[in-house]
Write a protein that binds this ligand. Structure first.
Ligand code: NAD
Ligand code: MG
Length: 493
């Protein structure tokens, strides 16, 4: 097919070809009451900002404004850190078994209010309800349950007897898994006896603010969790605050670098979880249909807004044609559209800015000579959308093979030998994750040993479990979240 044709608006046609689906909408009302404007959550209360600037969060599927929220000032951050400091003494002095009760209670409330949180996350972020309902929110609850279990067992975590918390943790999170990133940061911090000030991302503050209500519902002592909203300026005020003992950041590599520079020479402990450009490697003996499912999950899950997304497919040359045919067939069945429809596979791109970035990088892919392909699919008229996209004829030097696109775009490269696969997989400044598809156990081990990636999945992809540490090498950051290792980031060891 000629390149030009693929980027044109396709004719309306139901995705899937064979079947059409009746709409199966979840009710937006299930999100519960969304206030027209929000302040910060400091010392157990919702309070107004000391400044007058307000930001708006939209539903990226409709561009409708959902709520206004405060742009946190330095003074707001200062108040929140003071509240966390004040709460730290009593909280850290509680026996672990008492802290655990609060965490278990929070986990149960998250389960009880799961539908509400799933719908709220879906409308604020744009991700499909199928994912928030079946993945995000259950994972959030699982994280709290898991770290609740550690709270009274810290003596046995391998860091010596009676390991001490660090103090006040300043946590800055991104928009791609808003409540899940909150859970990954808040649960281990609280279990280990720290108090927190968390800043959610500026396009997705609503579930963090709802979480503040859950903290109240759970009777969590005032000031143990504080939520300050705002953009990068608020984030920078938090990470720079002199009374913060620990900074945890997930987001882009440039901001991660800036924070590392800002903190150099300070006594703050820092963990960074930054971007990725993961290789998903398919060997010639891989079960093709299974691999196709894994590839689709690897790059189209959450619109590809996933730091560990399998954004580079490395396929052994001898099975390239068969695999790409099957992959294109499968991509043609992906349903793009209303995130609240239970049949939707790919929801809205989180923001106009992210859509512009994806568009720019895919245009660069074409300009540099790669071949672009997308299935036909109708996109809604308003909101931010991007078709699932495949690039073949990609060379290692292309921007689409090197830069994180953070969208539903897969770059395909080929290899002939296992050694070449490893070399290409590692040819990236990142090192967060990788996938291996082969029927041979020995080949899995041989390859995994040589991949410079924090997480390596074999014959699966994007599997997350609170018991399993997650984190990167090189420009993907340092420190681990999840598992016993995740406790270390919040303890003085
Ligand atoms: P970002 O790094 O700018 O934002 C992440 C968080 O950091 C947000 O809460 C933001 O308000 C805050 N922030 C921004 N500047 C800050 C500063 N100077 N100090 C402290 N906090 C600051 O990321 P983005 O602009 O939302 O996304 C840009 C790119 O980052 C994406 O295209 C993607 O490649 C990458 N990204 C990666 C992840 C990940 O999970 N690793 C998540 C989001 C974005
Ligand atoms: Mg939003």
């Amino acid at each position: 097919m000629a390149k030009k044709k693929n980027t044109e608006q396709p004719a309306a046609k139901p995705a899937g070809g064979l079947f059409t689906y009746a709409p199966a909408p979840e009710s937006p009302a299930a999100a519960g009451d969304i206030a027209s404007s929000y302040g910060h959550f400091i010392g157990g209360q919702f309070v107004d900002s000391s400044g007058s600037e307000a930001l708006k969060t939209v539903n990226p599927a409709t561009e409708e404004v959902l709520a206004e929220f405060a742009q946190g000032t330095e003074e707001d951050v200062d108040r929140a850190v003071a509240a966390a400091r004040k709460a730290f003494g009593d909280w850290s002095a509680l026996p672990g078994s008492e802290r655990a009760k609060y965490l278990f209670r929070i986990a149960r409330i998250i389960q009880e209010r799961g539908r509400e949180l799933a719908v709220l996350e879906s409308i604020d972020n744009g991700k499909p309800i199928r994912e928030t309902r079946d993945f995000d929110i259950p994972t959030v609850a699982a994280w709290f349950f898991y770290y609740a279990g550690w709270a009274d067992k810290l003596d046995y975590a391998g860091f010596g007897p009676n390991p001490r918390p660090l103090g006040v943790a300043g946590q800055v999170i991104p928009w791609n898994f808003p409540l899940m990133m909150l859970a990954w940061k808040v649960a281990p911090a609280l279990a280990t006896g720290n108090t927190v000030v968390l800043k959610p991302a500026e396009t997705t503050p609503l579930t963090a603010l709802r979480f503040a209500e859950i903290c109240r519902q759970a009777g969590l002592p005032k000031g143990v969790v504080n939520i300050v909203t705002g953009d990068g300026r608020t984030g920078a005020a938090l990470t720079a605050h002199p009374d913060v003992n620990k900074v945890a950041f997930t987001g882009s590599t440039p901001v991660g670098r800036a924070i590392a520079r800002q903190l150099a020479g300070s006594r703050k402990k820092l963990s960074l979880e930054l971007g990725g450009k993961a290789a998903n490697i398919v060997f010639d003996d891989a079960p093709i249909d299974q691999a196709v499912e894994g590839i689709v999950n690897g790059i189209f899950f959450n619109q590809g807004h996933v730091c560990c997304a399998g954004s580079r497919l490395l396929v052994q040359e001898s099975v390239q044609d068969e695999l790409l045919d099957a992959l294109k067939r499968r991509m043609s069945t992906l349903r793009v559209g209303d995130p609240l429809d239970k049949n939707t596979d790919i929801g809205a791109i989180n923001s106009a800015a992210q859509l512009a970035r994806i568009t720019e990088l895919t245009e660069a892919g074409e300009a540099e000579g790669a071949d672009r392909w997308s299935p036909e699919c109708e996109l809604p008229g308003t909101g931010f959308w991007f078709r699932p996209t495949l690039f073949t004829g990609v060379s290692q030097a292309h921007r689409i093979a090197q830069e994180e696109i953070f969208g539903p775009v897969l770059s395909v490269l080929t290899f002939r030998t296992p050694a070449e696969a490893v070399e290409k997989a590692n040819n990236t400044p990142y090192g967060l994750s990788a996938g291996i598809w082969t029927e041979k156990g020995s080949r899995i081990l041989w390859t995994a040993e040589r991949l410079k990636a924090g997480v390596v999945w074999a014959n699966t992809f994007n599997k997350f479990d609170p018991t399993s540490p997650f984190g990167g090498y090189k420009e993907s950051g340092y420190g681990r979240e999840g598992g016993r290792h995740g406790l270390e980031a919040y303890l003085d060891v």
